[in-house]
Design a protein around this ligand. Structure first.
Ligand code: SF4
Length: 90
């Protein structure tokens, strides 16, 4: 099992998921990806949005990301629940 609270990148954490986030208005970006955190509900979920990432049940770490940039754009955010949990006890 990983220790996500010590990870600097969400792709190294077992709680991330990579989803398709193609741009419906630009064929060139139809293989874009998004990374979501399966521990964090998306409180801003917008079911009317044309953007797949906005319709997710979970909060996005990165959106509209070229596949080759996923690692570079998935640094662990400040709102990471595991970071917050750790800071409570420190
Ligand atoms: S935000 Fe935290 S818990 Fe969520 S995927 Fe990233 S490292 Fe894991």
């Amino acid at each position: 099992m990983s220790t996500p609270n010590k990870e600097k990148n969400c792709l190294d954490c077992e709680h991330h998921e990579i989803i398709n986030d193609n741009d419906p208005e630009d064929w060139f970006c139809d293989d874009d990806k998004a990374v979501i955190c399966k521990l964090t509900p998306n409180v801003d979920k917008d079911t009317n949005s044309i953007w797949l990432a906005d319709n997710q049940n979970f909060k996005c770490i990165t959106v509209s990301c070229r596949p080759q940039n996923l690692k570079k754009e998935s640094s662990t955010p400040k709102w990471c629940p595991l970071k917050l949990e750790t800071s409570t006890y420190n």
